[in-house]
Write a protein that binds this ligand. Structure first.
Ligand SMILES: [Fe+2]
Length: 288
């Protein structure tokens, strides 16, 4: 049973668009108290902590994040990620005085349970789940607060269930599956002051995918998904230029998780991460 105070905090959390930082600021209390309250709401009352099933007034699942220096973690595909990815992100974000961290999606690979044929050398699904949990624990510790743009690989359990006619409501959330912290939130799309959109980038492909999508949307744009062609584009506009960034990925191409991609993609992958210094100042940083 929740206390009145816990209900009040949860209601405010929903009201401000699942924005943990706004709740801390509004009540002017320790962030651990908010985290504990939301944890109780989720585990004891089953209340949702992510807006996965919500639709905002503009008809899509969009979360506003703060306008401050943001580190972007590109496609990890855990456990198919590069072994140096975590240290690289920690060092790069520290060097650039990053104040908040966002993951661009495909944080989890879900190789075995995907619709594609599994590699003969692949771990069985439960071993893959265990390995994913172990690796995620390191990322949780390094980045306890993170908004994650839903990637197509993150959604594989739901997509596979859908082929059997099983709705998401019948399944565990990713938070439950992987014991994710309350500070991690999934959303379809993020924006900063309606001047910059961040999303996984499904349907925005090729060398100029990010640039073309930014031109279509008319705002700066950050995406992952393609794994290759990482770059920043400056796009002239009459009053202020906009920018587009493809953040590449942080996979290990020697792992079996990446084998299928070699059949389709002829260009080398781009290994790196991104920094949003401001809505019109984006930076891609390759991992050397
Ligand atoms: Fe990906």
């Amino acid at each position: 049973m929740l206390t009145d105070r816990q209900k009040e905090i949860y209601d405010k959390y929903i009201e401000v668009g699942y924005n943990y930082n706004k709740v801390v600021k509004y009540f002017n209390i320790d962030h651990k108290a908010v985290a504990y309250c939301l944890f109780m709401c989720s585990t004891k009352e089953g209340l949702p902590l992510t807006p996965i099933n919500t639709v905002n007034k503009k008809g899509s699942n969009v979360m506003e994040i703060q306008d401050k220096v943001t580190g972007i973690i590109s496609d990890l595909h855990i456990p198919g990620h590069h072994e140096n990815a975590l240290e690289f992100c920690k060092d790069t974000f520290s060097d650039n005085k990053v104040k908040q961290v966002v993951c661009i999606g495909d944080i989890i690979d879900h190789h075995y349970i995907s619709r594609h044929l599994s590699e003969p050398v692949a771990m069985n699904p439960l071993d893959e789940w265990g390995s994913t949990m172990n690796e995620l624990n390191k990322w949780k510790k390094a980045f306890p607060n993170m908004v994650i743009a839903e990637g197509n690989h993150d959604k594989i359990p739901y997509r596979q269930a859908k082929t059997l006619g099983i709705p998401e409501k019948f399944l565990k959330t990713l938070h439950d599956m992987y014991k994710l912290p309350v500070g991690w939130m999934f959303t379809e799309r993020m924006h900063i002051r309606e001047r910059l959109i961040i999303e996984h980038g499904l349907g925005s492909n090729g060398m100029y995918g990010a640039k073309n999508t930014a031109k279509t949307l008319g705002v700066s744009y950050v995406q992952g998904h393609t794994h290759a062609h990482a770059a920043v584009f400056d796009i002239p506009r009459p009053f202020h230029n906009i920018q587009a960034m493809n953040v590449g990925c942080l996979i290990d191409t020697s792992k079996y998780n990446a084998t299928y991609a070699k059949l389709y993609f002829k260009t080398p992958v781009s290994i790196g991460c991104g920094i949003i210094h401001s809505v019109d100042n984006l930076q891609y940083i390759p991992m050397m």
